[in-house]
Ligand binder design. Structure first.
Ligand code: FES
Length: 88
């Protein structure tokens, strides 16, 4: 699912890793701020210069990006997931 950081409006992907296990990653590539494509085969690919990121951790797998996608906190409130602040 794609949502937005309420503070900046930047795109964020909320990903289900396992049953009841989720992560939230910035969708904004740290190389030059293009929005990465939706997750596919466990990876997020930037369409601008083809950096590849691990869709579970946000770690950069292939440059030119030198850093991974920042993570966001997530809290569960009943059936809802609420996006917290950017963590890294
Ligand atoms: S903006 Fe993503 S690789 Fe350049």
């Amino acid at each position: 699912m794609r949502t937005a950081d309420p503070a900046t409006g930047d795109a964020v992907f909320v990903l289900q890793l396992k049953k009841d296990e989720y992560s939230a990653l910035s969708a904004v590539c740290p190389h030059a701020r293009c929005v990465v494509d939706k997750p596919k085969d466990g990876k997020l690919v930037c369409p601008c210069h083809r950096s590849v990121f691990d869709a579970t951790t946000g770690e950069v797998l292939v440059g030119p990006a030198k850093t991974g996608l920042p993570k966001y906190g997530l809290t569960r409130s009943g059936d809802r997931l609420e996006l917290g602040p950017q963590e890294s």
